[in-house]
Design a protein around this ligand. Structure first.
Ligand SMILES: NC(=O)c1ccc[n+]([C@@H]2O[C@H](COP(=O)([O-])OP(=O)(O)OC[C@H]3O[C@@H](n4cnc5c(N)ncnc54)[C@H](OP(=O)(O)O)[C@@H]3O)[C@@H](O)[C@H]2O)c1
Length: 332
């Protein structure tokens, strides 16, 4: 099978297409013929070994000390079940599925195996597999930070800093689903996109300071790595929560240790990969409340270009890598 591998950290060109044997599913595994994967911040970070300041050593411990431990990237993918192990109960050959292996990767190949009890779910019937491939990374991260960590509830005022990105574009839509009044923050070219995702208002950070409003938000979610409690604490209402999806170690420690008034809080952390979250996201997609924004599409042979595009200022939403374009697509 055609597979993109890398065996050293570096620029996009470290990704090479090679032939690898097609895997066979173990008794508890599902073999998926992959239709599409994506270039997420996770893929970018693991390829370039570009971690937020202070997390370099942790990054090497996770991804491999001197060279990548896992040669196949691809944090999320969607496709069609090709075969299942004899203990698999919930998936059958021919099922449309999506999976979120996260840091286990594996999406940059024509086939991947994943355990039935890992983060895999049936694809929403109304989305193409291209769109479905981009549902998990941003969706599951935004869901965990907004619902589980911040306890966002109906009527809350939510500020999403980095609203045009993979995580932020999902956060805007999830915020609306939970009944929040959503303000999105992005750069000038992406203002219309963020408005189209459902944001009640949009702040262009190149023209206005998103932290300027005093005691305005119940929850502030930052995906851009630009927030600290020192900067945004005053924009939180009493009892408000600052969620740091992306932060350097120093930003994180500074925000966690900062003296906070009026019950305000700050939190960071890792958003896990869970099948129940994928099912929740698929349900929202089917209800018309969540649709991943596809900012760019690349064919598999252009995987290095897709990674280059991740760092381009025009990049918005999700970058899809179509792996099996000829595969029969029924939805979308
Ligand atoms: N904690 C976890 O478990 C977890 C999970 C997933 C991701 N992450 C991290 O979350 C981060 C975001 O991921 P992503 O996929 O959403 O990345 P992304 O698609 O690159 O999005 C980045 C966003 O930041 C915005 N931005 C850039 N500079 C800004 C500034 N100065 N002020 C305000 N906004 C700015 C961008 O807006 P414009 O393009 O409009 O400028 C864009 O909306 C990454 O660092 C990733 O590693 C963490």
């Amino acid at each position: 099978m055609k597979t993109a591998i890398y065996n050293r950290y570096g620029p996009p060109e470290v990704l090479k297409l090679v032939e690898r044997p097609k895997p066979a599913p173990k008794p508890d595994e599902v073999l998926v013929r992959i239709h599409a994967s994506s270039v997420t911040a996770g893929d970018y970070r693991a390829r370039a070994l570009d971690l937020p300041a202070g997390f370099g050593l942790i990054g090497r411990l996770v991804f491999g000390l001197t060279r990548p431990r896992k040669q196949i990237l691809g944090t999320e993918f969607a496709g069609i079940v090709d075969a299942v192990g004899d203990k698999v109960r919930h998936f059958r050959p021919g099922d449309r599925v999506f999976a979120y292996p996260g840091g286990s990767f594996g999406g940059y190949a024509e086939y991947a195996v994943i355990r039935e009890d890992a983060a895999i779910a049936h694809a929403p019937v109304n989305l193409s597999l291209d769109e479905t491939a981009a549902l998990s990374f941003g969706g599951a991260t935004a869901l965990d930070f907004l619902r589980n960590k911040a306890g966002l509830k109906s009527g809350d005022r939510l500020l999403v800093v980095g609203a045009s990105g993979g995580v932020g574009s999902a956060a805007v839509q999830l915020g609306k689903h939970f009944g929040a009044d959503v303000t999105g923050v992005c750069s000038t070219p992406h203002v219309d996109l963020v408005r189209s995702l459902g944001a009640n208002r949009v702040i262009d950070y190149t023209r206005e300071d998103p932290a300027a409003d005093s005691e305005a938000y119940d929850v502030i979610l930052d995906t851009s790595g630009t927030a600290t409690y020192a900067r945004y604490g005053g924009a939180l209402k009493p009892g408000g929560r600052l969620m740091l999806v992306s932060a350097s170690l120093w930003q994180l420690l500074g925000s966690l240790l900062a003296r906070k008034t009026k019950g305000r809080k700050a939190a960071g952390g890792y958003a896990p990969e869970r099948a129940e979250d994928l099912r929740f996201l698929a349900g929202l997609a089917e209800a018309g409340q969540l649709r991943p924004h596809i900012g760019a599409r690349f064919t598999f042979d252009r995987i290095a270009e897709a990674h280059t595009f991740f760092s381009a200022p025009e990049k918005a939403g999700n970058i899809i890598v179509t792996i099996a374009a000829e595969q029969a697509e029924t939805a979308g």
